[in-house]
Design a protein around this ligand. Structure first.
Ligand code: FES
Length: 170
């Protein structure tokens, strides 16, 4: 084996490594697409979907994420301080009264899909932060900062008892 063959082999290995890495990235992007796409079920699916949630397991100040028609929905048991703060604010660039968003002020139920490009926001003490491009939502799910244009959507919610709701029924 000559020196040039050794170099050729090293170049080949380098090329194969880069090609494999590129395929890996493309594969990951392809794998993500059905997941992201699945976060947007047809309106038909959502119209038929209902999700029952036991509120008894969600302590004051806690939040639970449930699935409704394939979408994540945040169910938040708000503290009295959070309720008072939200009552006194109209939100940011998509103004809306908290009373229009939370039928029962103690409970906020919002679809957990960022209105910018569909990422799932992370819970913070002040509301949510979308990790993709930094959109900030308050404890009423209203957009306060960042590129997202609209508030987190409020799904139809029926309070069937003190500790049970049905998402998807009004
Ligand atoms: S997808 Fe949430 S800020 Fe861009």
């Amino acid at each position: 084996m000559t020196d040039s063959n050794v170099l050729d082999n090293a170049d080949r290995r380098d090329f194969l490594g880069k090609a494999t890495a590129a395929l890996g990235v493309a594969g990951a992007a392809t794998a993500c697409w059905p997941f992201i796409s699945s976060m947007n079920p047809s309106s038909d699916t959502l119209e038929k979907a209902t999700t029952e949630v036991d509120l008894g397991g969600i302590a004051v100040g806690q939040s639970q994420t449930v699935s409704w028609g394939g979408k994540p929905v945040f169910v938040v048991h708000r503290t009295p301080e959070q309720v008072a703060a939200m009552k006194n604010s109209q939100g940011g660039k998509d103004p809306q009264a908290d009373a229009e968003r939370a039928k029962n002020p103690e409970w906020l139920v919002v679809v957990g899909v960022c209105t910018h490009m569909g990422c799932i926001p992370s819970r913070t003490e002040e509301g949510w932060l979308c990790p993709c491009h930094g959109s900030v939502y308050d404890n009423s799910g209203r957009i306060m900062h960042g590129p997202a244009p609209l508030n987190l959507p409020v799904p139809p919610v029926k309070f069937v008892s003190a500790d049970k709701i049905i998402i998807g029924e009004a």
